[in-house]
Design a binder for this molecule. Structure first.
Ligand code: ASP
Length: 579
């Protein structure tokens, strides 16, 4: 027999590895009983399964095993008799005969069938996740994930990056999400914070001369869960010194494209870049899904002197929906409701027909307006044109969302379209106290051409930050960091962070910067999201071994749950009654 890595003292090879070259050999496999069939009293067929596949074992005499018993089977590899070949099994031409079956472990009836054909409710899958991961889908996804992790790690090491582990018990970090806190036993009344990311730690490592750092890092954020969000997630976290934004793009693209190639066998082309302003104008979002066209068009000029109240707004934007003329009234109403829920006053729709525009609003438009709508984005008879009039940002956002509702395929569906989004605004708005809010985090370097705008027109200040987007999902973000104390204090003061507060929250970082901070920049992207898309899954739960449900619980362990009275005492915690 050829040497193989699966051999252990208990087995010779994996079930899926038994093949025609081994005919006549006597060997042992271990695994779970996937199926048992009796042929009269003196013949039994067992399908024995491990993660590599299934092999059939023929046992003379009866054998007292049931589904999911763990067995060791020793038998002779034989050609299956004519007429009994199974072309659905990789091992379908052979079987083990004259088998001796040892029961290694018995099993109670399982709550669901361990195969791919049975649809199982997700709640049940999560409750018995250890059984669910015995199935092919989860085996495939988690092994794919491991392959992606190791590909990413190799790509970063090849580029001179050093992996450094940073603490999980840590102090607040500045990502802006709600944090998980951990009470300290030794310092009652004081708390650690689980890191939203290793942001500050990696910047400190730059001060520490690491030059190129990476980590496959666990990050924790107490935010509402969605298809692309869990409380804890894994990032490829990267930081480098003496680099520009373009250097970071090159490092990260190398890793991401390597991972994509490892999975699909094909290396995607170079990743294009698009400014944030362009993404908003063309797609109404900073996470454009480039797999389909339907770009937003600006109609503001044609409607500049409109007499129609519904269109009297700073911006009028239109979206052509090819073939949308067929949408039913209830579908159009649903789109209108969506537009309103996003803050629009309404949604105007026009069917393009051979006789002109068909819409309750059509007769109010003047010739120029009618022409502009009729010819929007080269509209054809049978198309639909949607129009939203509002402030620029809102009109764009609403049409961008409708574009996705109407046109976006499931996120994991090919082709995979990556794009870098650059030049995000430095500030995303103003909070209730009138202070500016960072769009990324407070250490993001402003665009050097815009420094003068920080005081005069802060919302127009562009930043040196960037996102990587794949099929409309934000894979990750990063930025060139501020390493100059003068710029950092201007930004803190614009954010309403006093000197004292800055010292209190980030004093250790600001202090470190006094001892020689190299110019540095970094990035982090969500491995769960990348793996999900590459695995063809639309929810990251499918690529996480033990995920939480949408409501943040672990159905298997029942976490979160109460702690003991003793733990409570040690931690000096008292819980208020549930509200
Ligand atoms: N820490 C950032 C994040 O987690 C990424 C970065 O700026 O490197 O989004």
């Amino acid at each position: 027999m050829t040497e193989n890595l699966e051999a252990t003292s208990m087995r010779d090879l994996l079930c899926g590895g038994v093949d025609l070259t081994m005919i006549g050999e006597r060997l042992s496999v271990c695994g779970w009983v996937a199926k048992r069939r009796e042929h009269g009293e003196h013949l039994a067929f067992l399908d024995v399964r491990d993660h590599s596949g299934i092999v059939q074992a023929v046992v003379d005499g009866s054998v007292d095993v049931r589904s999911e018993y763990v067995v060791r089977v020793t038998g002779t590899v034989s050609l299956r008799p004519e007429g009994t070949l199974n072309d659905r099994l990789a091992t379908g031409e052979v079987e083990l005969t004259d088998c001796v079956v040892e029961i290694l472990s018995s099993a109670e009836p399982v709550p669901f069938q361990i195969d791919e054909r049975t649809e199982v409710d997700e709640q049940v899958r999560l409750k018995y996740r250890y059984l669910d991961v015995r199935r092919e889908r989860m085996q495939r996804n988690l092994r794919l994930r491991a392959r992606i992790n190791s590909t990413l790690r190799r790509a970063m090491e090849r580029q001179g990056f050093c992996e450094v582990e940073t603490p999980l018990l840590w102090a607040p970090t500045p990502e802006g999400a709600r944090e998980f806190v951990v009470p300290s036993r030794l310092h009652p009344g004081e708390f650690y914070v689980l890191p939203q990311s290793p942001q500050i730690a990696k910047q400190l490592l730059m001060v520490g001369g690491f030059d190129r750092y990476f980590q496959i890092a666990r990050c924790l954020r107490d935010e509402d869960l969605r298809a692309d969000r869990q409380f804890e997630f894994t990032q490829l976290d990267v930081e480098a010194s003496f680099v520009s934004q373009e250097d970071i793009f090159a490092f990260v693209a190398e890793a991401v494209l390597d991972a994509a190639e490892a999975v699909t066998g094909e290396r995607p082309g170079a990743i294009a870049t698009m400014t944030w302003a362009e993404a908003l104008a063309r797609f109404g979002t900073d996470k454009p899904d480039l797999r389909f066209a339907m770009e937003l068009q600006d109609l503001s000029e044609s409607f500049a002197a409109t007499e129609v109240k519904a269109f009297a707004a700073p911006t009028v934007k239109g979206l052509r929906v090819p073939g949308g003329g067929e949408f039913t009234r209830s579908r159009l109403d649903a789109l209108t409701d969506q537009a309103k829920a996003l803050g629009a006053k309404g949604l105007a729709w026009f069917r393009v027909t051979a006789d002109g525009l068909d819409s309750p609003l059509a007769r109010f438009l003047n010739d120029e307006e009618t022409h502009a709508v009729r010819s929007l984005d080269d509209a054809q008879v049978g198309d639909l044109v949607l129009v939203v009039a509002d402030e620029y940002a809102l009109a764009s956002k609403v049409l961008g969302a409708l574009r996705l509702t109407i046109g976006a395929p499931p996120v994991s569906e090919g082709p995979h379209r990556y794009v870098w989004i650059t030049e995000f605004p430095l500030f995303e708005g103003v909070d209730e106290d009138g202070n500016l809010v960072s769009a990324h985090h407070p250490f993001t370097m402003p665009h050097l051409d815009d420094l003068d705008l920080i005081d005069s027109d802060p919302l127009r200040v562009r930043s040196q930050s960037y996102d990587l987007v794949l099929n409309g999902w934000e894979l990750g973000s990063g930025s060139v960091r501020i390493h100059r104390a003068d710029i950092q204090s201007r930004i803190f003061s614009a954010l309403g962070i006093s000197e004292e507060e800055a010292q209190n929250r980030f004093g250790f970082l600001l202090g470190a910067f006094k001892f020689g901070a190299p110019p540095h920049a970094g990035f982090a992207f969500g491995i769960d999201r990348l793996v999900a898309i590459l695995a063809g899954e639309d929810n990251i739960r499918e690529v996480i071994a033990f995920p939480k449900t949408q409501s943040g619980t672990d159905l298997m362990t029942s976490a979160p749950k109460d702690i003991t009275e003793r733990q409570r005492r040690e931690l000096r915690l008292r819980t208020l009654p549930k509200a």
